[in-house]
Ligand binder design. Structure first.
Ligand code: ADP
Ligand code: ZN
Length: 727
């Protein structure tokens, strides 16, 4: 036996994208140098996967089963703070660290980096004879920049043979051109705005935070149109000046093209985008260039938190209250909260911006954990829209219609002035419920506990939970009656039908997430609206977010009560935020504007708060109520969702877990009860709520409960949702 074979192989722990609690050990091949944070490719069963090295090398004890790292990804190792962030997120959300790491490792082609392309560079030797065509090429090439052969010919407007001729003379050398940066460097001095005194004061505070390069959280709070974006751009500029990277989180990044343009107007370059609609090649480029530090500013969806920043120095969470920041799939997390943790781990400031901050952030600001920075008025002469309720009991629409005479009148006046109206209804499709007038049959999804929604443009009945759809039948499947199906209640398509009947000459655009043509089409439509190419826009909540429509002077909310009915303690807060946001679309450029809320409850605190503009009183009341009932942020909550193929199995398992709950003076387990969506895709769901005091260690409690209770078996699955959205 040689001496070598007795030396135990060097091994490293590698976290792989699996529901594994611990990293696996892999041998490091001779000559390969890996560091904590290195991204590697490792064999896993019959496959190979990307993994992340989480620690230093040790000598293996058990060499037999050991497999070797097959490749190392040629980019800088991920920062140690990212590893700590992954571990923290795993502990907090009670997810296996591998599943959190998976969010970082989701770059499919990462191991085959984009190859450099061959190019030509001027070597300083003049051509022997300078024709007209040749001199045009020389003009371009003289500064020593590398060009591709065809790029050079094309730019000079000459044929390839001219380029080849010069090359044959030794005027050019062959070089490799590295992949192009996905975005240019932002220029902090490109177009500094003149800030109002209010904005200046707010910006100075944020800039000061960035200068100290220490952890802090600021809540930038100001009505829609108060200029929050311009203010936090100053903080972004400061971070860039300091050579650090910046992450701006946005709730609907795929649809906020306008945001990218605004950033460009300010910094002379776009930020890198990060969201699920990016093409795979682009994802890979952004990922790499973030890791290498070439990309300085990322504007992204929540998943951008798991990009491998090499020197992150600021996170801005815009519209921090938005429910879209909550991921409810595999790892359940709220990106707003995780951003704060990321800032803490990385010792840099975090800015939360909103016109209607979440109750959680409000309380954090009141209790001094967050610094509150307020902008009190709209920027320049833009006034807030005049907001009024329409009491639907007094001004009811004609039978079978949904627009009250008051709203119809307001639309008519808006059209006369050649301005735009937005009609908002947070319901896709034509009608939320279809039934048979003869036998009362209701159309239900075969695999979910939800009604099928009629989509008349598509001629389909569709389930909004699972996507199941069928052609809208002529006759009732239950009693066979022909042409007796009735639509109950409105969706945006039905409002469009009513509106075009009332205003036949108006140009009407319906915007909802099921628009045929997807995100691309939506972007185009949003642009068209901003350019004034529509008179009436009818849309779901995706029109409420962040868009700037200069000609929009009327916002009509078709059913302001819609979100209030579901009995969730968060319903009032959410409805307030949504109504505030959508009415904020009106009057952003100084013209007189109006927001009308159709409601059957004009005295509801939410409606009063919107109409009076007195958000503070509303928040105070909501906060008091939360405090009285010990709900977040005054207490802690988690949900355990138990799902199974049969109702009995799901319920039985949930009961078993309940019985296994340790007794605790600080924590109570409620339920099981049917989950808010009791059946999705054929899976029956029950829910246990774990409610603790502020100090309770709810994670430890749930860990014990899961360890001592019945194990997942057969079709049964248990998902943990810390800080659930609805409770
Ligand atoms: P918010 O983010 O608070 O909704 P924005 O930052 O979008 O507000 O500002 C509202 C409008 O006012 C935008 O059109 C913006 O370009 C303009 N604006 C805000 N501040 C300034 C400024 N200092 N100079 C010029 N325009 C500004
Ligand atoms: Zn369904």
């Amino acid at each position: 036996m040689s001496k070598d074979s007795q030396t135990p192989p060097r091994t490293v722990p590698v976290l792989v994208p699996l529901p594994a609690e611990r990293p696996y050990s892999y041998a490091v091949p001779d000559g390969m140098s890996v560091l904590p944070g290195s991204i590697v490719r490792v064999p896993l069963g019959p496959r190979e996967v990307a993994g992340i090295v989480t620690g230093g090398e040790t000598d293996s004890v058990d060499a037999k089963k050991l497999r070797s790292i097959s490749a190392i990804f040629d980019c800088p190792p991920v920062e140690p703070q990212m590893l700590r962030f992954i571990q923290w997120a795993a502990d907090y959300t009670l997810s296996p660290p591998g599943m959190v790491a998976r969010m970082l490792l989701r770059v499919p082609a990462a191991f085959d980096p984009e190859p450099p392309i061959p190019g030509l560079r001027y070597v300083g030797v003049r051509p022997d004879r300078l024709t007209e065509a040749r001199s045009r090429i020389m003009e371009l090439a003289e500064d020593g920049m590398a060009w591709t052969r065809s790029g050079l010919a094309h730019a000079a407007g000459v044929s390839l043979t001219v380029v080849d001729g010069l090359k044959a003379q030794g005027v050019f050398e062959e070089v490799m051109i590295p992949p192009r940066p996905v975005v240019a460097l932002p220029d902090v001095a490109y177009a500094r705005p003149d800030l109002s005194p209010d904005q200046r004061a707010a910006a100075d505070m944020l800039v000061e935070n960035v200068s100290t390069q220490a952890f802090s959280v600021s809540l930038l709070d100001g009505v829609t149109g108060s200029g929050k974006t311009e203010v936090y751009f100053e903080a972004v500029a400061k971070a860039i000046e300091q050579g650090r990277q910046v992450l701006i989180l946005l709730p609907e990044i795929a649809l906020t093209q306008q945001f990218l343009d605004r950033f460009h107007d300010r910094f002379g370059a776009k930020p890198a985008e990060w969201h699920s609609d990016l093409a795979p090649r682009m994802r890979e480029r952004v990922w790499r260039q973030v890791a290498e530090g070439q990309v300085r500013v990322v504007a992204g969806a929540r998943s951008a938190l798991f990009l491998p920043f090499c020197d992150l120095g600021l996170i801005v969470v815009d519209e921090e209250h938005d429910p879209a920041y909550k991921q409810e799939d595999r790892v359940f997390y709220n990106a707003r909260d995780m951003a704060v943790v990321r800032g803490h781990i990385g010792s840099f400031p975090v800015v939360l911006a909103s016109a209607t901050p979440s109750i959680e952030s409000q309380v954090n600001a009141e209790q001094g954990r967050y610094k509150r920075i307020r902008l009190s008025a709209r920027y320049a002469e833009a006034a807030m829209p005049d907001l009024k309720t329409i009491d639907m009991r007094r001004s009811p629409p004609p039978p079978g219609r949904f627009l009250s005479p008051v709203l119809t009148g307001a639309i008519a006046k808006t059209l006369e002035r050649k301005e735009q109206a937005l009609l908002f209804l947070n319901r896709r499709g034509y009608a939320p419920l279809t039934l048979c007038r003869v036998c009362g049959h209701r159309f239900q999804c075969p695999s979910c506990s939800s009604w099928l929604v009629e989509h008349r443009f598509r001629g389909q009945l569709m389930c909004h939970q699972c996507g199941y759809h069928e052609p809208t039948p002529q006759s009732c499947p239950s009693c066979g009656a022909l042409d007796h199906l009735v639509a109950c209640g409105p969706g945006v398509e039905r409002i469009a039908e009513e509106t075009s009947a009332a205003f036949p000459d108006a140009r009407i655009i319906v915007l909802s997430s099921d628009l045929l043509g997807g995100v691309k089409r939506l972007r185009l439509e949003l642009e068209a609206v901003a350019k004034g190419e529509a008179d009436i826009v009818i849309g779901t909540q995706l029109v409420a977010k962040g868009h700037n429509f200069p000609d929009m002077t009327l916002v009509g909310v078709i059913d302001a009560d819609l979100g209030l009915a579901n009995g969730d303690p968060r319903a009032a807060e959410r409805t307030f935020q949504l109504l505030n946001q959508v009415t904020g679309r009106a009057g952003r450029t100084g013209r007189k504007s109006l927001g009308l809320l159709q409601t059957y409850q004009p005295d509801h605190p939410v409606m009063r708060a919107i109409v009076s503009g007195d958000a503070q009183a509303f928040y105070a009341r909501e906060i008091e109520e939360r405090e009285r009932s010990g709900l977040p942020p005054f207490g802690r909550l988690a949900a355990l969702i138990v799902s199974a193929n049969s109702r009995g199995e799901a319920e039985g398992h949930a009961r078993g877990l309940r019985r296994a709950a340790p007794s605790s003076p600080e924590i109570a387990v409620l339920g099981p009860a049917e989950a808010p969506l009791a059946l999705i895709r054929g899976r029956h769901r029950f829910r246990l709520l774990v409610h603790g005091t502020k100090r309770a260690d709810i994670q430890a409690f749930i860990r014990t409960l899961l360890a001592s209770g019945p194990k997942e078996r057969g079709s049964v699955r248990v998902q943990v949702d810390i800080d659930p959205q609805s409770f």
